[in-house]
Design a binder for this molecule. Sequence first.
Ligand code: UDX
Length: 436
Amino acid sequence: MNVAVIGTGYVGATTSAALASMGHQVIGVDVDRQKVESLNCGRLPFYEEGLEQLMQNLLATGALTFTADLPRAVRESDILFLTVGTPSNADGSADLRYVEGAVRDIGRSIKTHKVIVSKSTVPVGTGDLVKTWLQEELAKRGTDIPFDIVSNPEFLREGKALHDALHPERIVIGCESDKARAVMTSLYEGLRTVLFYTTVRDAEMIKYASNAFLATKISFINELARLCEKTGASISKVARGMGLDSRIGGQFLRAGIGYGGSCFPKDVEALLHLSRQEGVPLQLLDAVARVNQEQAAWFLQKVLRHLGPLSGKKIALLGLTFKPGTDDIREAPALRLIPELLAAGAELSAYDPQGMEAVRRLHPGLRYAKDPYDALAGADGALLLTEWQEFLELDYAQVKRVMAGAVLLDGRNALDGEKMRGYGLLYDGVGERGTG
Ligand code: UDX
């Protein structure tokens, strides 16, 4: 099938490559000409495992191209995916300006029936707005071209984007006509997965509800970790014991310094905003956001307990990105901690395999090390903030030797505490056996 994917950010680039690799003819569209040019040369503006290579292969076969010419992409495609960004407004609501811009551009260009599929995360009811914007543009042209609106939310995780796009556990398709349903069914024919059909509004809500529920699991376990620490229980053992019950499930129960990224914080805020707007407060979700905000401050108290007044203390930060496998630092918990540590007078030396360039722009005064040992050299204490595999495989005897002090605080519960103590390190995790 001929598909246009409008917006070549994270979701757009992955969707384009995934659909092209499934045998469709795909045109990725972006207003940023420079970006289009570099995409056409096979260069991705962000890091995502395997994606750049796949994109280069697909560009070479001609299955995938990129353009800034939206009318051409619309003309040549039957299905138009909307994958533009939906950033947050100051009040937490989703800013739909890019969605509206793209939809009105489509409305000015279409000449034949199109299926317009929203993959951007949008508040419930946006499908109706899309319909209105399109109808307004068509009315301006004095035409009445038929179209279908579909909501097909994306559930991919950064760092696993291609895998998630090609092996999804489910595909949610919110549509309201047999024609749209048939088109979407044949689009995804090649994937062995469950296609779950709903209304557009249901699909829009499923996306927010899924992210909000996963965020809830994380804040639940993080708050419980604080109690475990006081009562002498181990949160990792508690989480494993709970997770063996299939009704609970073991995933997203890893305690740490809080969730970050481009989705959870933004989507939780947007859902809260929607709930207030509708006069149906989501009290539980409100607490989820609050607990997450507090978690970094809670961890900072632990740092203070172990290292005393921080003035003049050298602290090594291992990891800056919001999770491993990405160069994304959006809403990264490390960014909540850095200003607090600096304000307390600590001297910071940081290392991250992918995130240093972006953090350097925000905090040019930090020392950015050439490798983990360089970051740890002479440090009074070390904080593990992102569980990159590289950090799990360090030679911790060597770590102990290069550090001036011995405090190792694991903000991700990713290391084996007993082993670390065996190396003479003063190890502490999050919610582990009252070591706090
Ligand atoms: C998430 C959703 O998983 C995905 O389905 C959606 O499309 C976009 O948002 P992503 O933001 O890429 O994906 O990252 P994810 O792996 O879900 O992690 C989000 C945050 O939660 C990270 O900061 C991670 O460190 C944290 N996390 C995750 C925990 O603190 N504990 C856990 O047990 C799991």
